[in-house]
Design a protein around this ligand. Structure first.
Ligand code: SAH
Ligand code: SF4
Ligand code: F3S
Length: 476
């Protein structure tokens, strides 16, 4: 072990102090002599996981562009390869290990290629130990709190030809003024807070992302102003728990206030992700109902329909609490679409408890459900619980759940046939470049034949047919 390394420490990552959030706003700078280090060189960036990682990758892109690197879509041709990883479930991690394996082959013919691995996985002790022990092709290991240090870490690996490991497990600060290069020209992610303090017993995120810390409203609103000036059509306010916004700042300004302030800007579409049922206030429902540009689509993770399981998960609400919010949203926000997350096969979940989840799913008839099999995460409380549910039983529950989810999704999509809806156009669809795709206000994917050059615009589309996960339409 190199004494200069900073290795992850999950125990430290679990600590929470009452210290105020430190806002770091010194201007980000690349040392003068390295500003051209990427001249004639390319980087390949692959992102796994959630929107927090997507947004972090836009910062990584911004940093590499500041060092004069050009982005490249082919991993085989790049000079620097960066993986921004996700630790949420074991299968997410396995994919990354497989991809890191592929880089070994690349480095056999091009040994100068630099491989950098960062994100949530590298905040885990067992992952870093495994990388250090068996994956010698990895040159730089960096954590979620170390992104602003990428130039220094890259340079160290480049010139000293040595492995570099820098993973801070502190609670984290808020870094303003980091460069950003956005992936989409009409839709933007805007971080409003980082980290998570909820510590649901199955979840690794509070350890990999640190303490809940909010950005100042001035910084958020000025970012939104910039986006408006650049012609963006949609902003999504990001946080693991947006309803906890502002609590660490001890100000009399909560998420409902922030959402309203953002919606008062000249931006056609405002979304937010993710809200926890805990802290979902009537005031927030009021703002969603009142502001026409707050999109009528809410992702509200449920996880389980059984109160005992919810309690062991540490979710701090009952299914009755959940339904109260759900019913208010349905009744107060016209045409609202709702989606959720469900974990099946939590340790010792019984068939009867699972049935309660199915019943709630049938009752709520969500527009979309993200369903997962429980995956034990290192050092989380649930990982040490006894689990008598076999993997084949868990798989079977997932199949049964997914069947219901599909029925409800199709039902909602079929109800749209014949309606004319506004669609923010992303561009040519993945499968057929003659067809454009985009999203409705309720976040439904629509494919249609364009009659105008409308990429990045909001257009009206008449829905002509529906499948479970997509709508077909024609531009009007
Ligand atoms: N902060 C968000 C969730 C972020 S993680 C929230 O609480 O609403 C996204 C989803 O992954 C979670 O809602 C949960 O359903 C799932 N998930 C998290 N940890 C998991 C685990 N250990 N096994 C399986 N699914 C998990
Ligand atoms: Fe994980 Fe719970 Fe935090 Fe969501 S609220 S990130 S599920 S600990
Ligand atoms: Fe994955 Fe980290 Fe997001 S674990 S889901 S990338 S916060």
């Amino acid at each position: 072990m190199n004494k200069d390394w900073n290795l992850p420490n999950l125990k430290m990552a679990q600590k929470r102090s009452i210290d105020e959030t430190l806002i770091e706003r010194s201007l980000f700078e690349i040392p003068e002599q390295y500003i051209n280090i990427g001249q004639d060189k390319t980087y390949y960036l692959r992102t796994y996981g959630c929107q927090a990682n997507e947004r972090d990758s836009e910062t990584i892109k911004g940093i590499f562009e500041k060092m004069s690197f050009t982005q490249c879509d082919e991993m085989n041709e790049a000079d620097v390869i960066i993986f921004n990883t996700c630790a949420i479930r074991e299968n997410a991690e396995n994919k990354v290990f497989g991809e890191i394996g592929n880089v070994k082959v690349i480095k056999q013919t091009r040994p100068d290629v630099v491989l950098m691995v960062g994100g949530c996985m590298t905040q885990e002790e067992n992952v870093v130990n495994r990388l250090l022990k068996t994956y010698h092709q990895v040159d730089v290991i960096f954590g979620t709190h170390n992104i602003h240090r990428l130039p220094q870490l890259l340079i160290q690996a480049y010139f000293n030809k040595e492995r570099v490991v820098e993973v801070f497990s502190k609670e984290g600060e808020v870094y303003e003024n980091l460069p950003v290069s956005r992936n989409n020209k009409s839709k933007a992610w805007v971080n409003i807070m980082y980290g998570c303090d909820k510590f649901c017993t199955y979840c690794i995120v509070p350890y990999t992302r640190g303490k809940e810390r909010s950005r100042l409203k001035e910084d958020i609103l000025s970012e939104v102003d910039d986006l408006v000036n650049q012609g963006f059509k949609e902003v999504t306010l990001l946080g693991q728990n947006v309803n906890a916004y502002g609590k660490d700042l001890n100000l009399d300004f909560d998420f409902a206030d922030l959402l309203e302030s953002v919606a008062l800007k000249d931006i056609p579409r405002v979304r937010f992700m993710t809200s926890h049922p805990w802290d979902f206030t009537d005031k927030l429902i009021g703002v969603i109902a009142k502001m026409p540009n707050v999109m009528p689509f809410i992702h509200l993770p449920l996880q389980s329909g059984n109160n005992e399981i919810l309690k062991i998960m540490g979710r701090r609400y009952t299914k009755e609490d959940y339904l109260t919010i759900f019913d208010k949203l349905r009744s107060q926000v016209p045409n609202i679409a709702l989606s959720t997350d469900i974990i099946v096969g939590f340790p010792n979940e019984s068939e009867a408890q699972f049935q309660e989840t199915l019943e709630l799913i049938d009752h709520c008839q969500f527009d979309n459900v993200y369903s997962f099999i429980y995956s034990a995460r290192e050092k989380t409380p649930a990982a040490s619980m006894v689990d008598n549910v076999s993997l084949s039983e868990k798989n079977d529950r997932l199949q049964r759940l997914n069947k219901r989810i599909g029925v409800h999704a199709l039902m909602h999509n079929q109800a749209m046939v014949g309606k004319t809806v506004s669609v923010l156009v992303d561009g040519p669809s993945k499968k057929n470049s003659d067809v454009y795709s985009g999203y409705t206000e309720t976040n439904k994917l629509v494919n249609f034949k364009p009659t105008t050059d409308c990429i990045g615009e909001i257009v009206l589309v008449e829905i002509i047919s529906a499948k479970t996960w997509t709508l077909q339409g024609k531009q009007v």
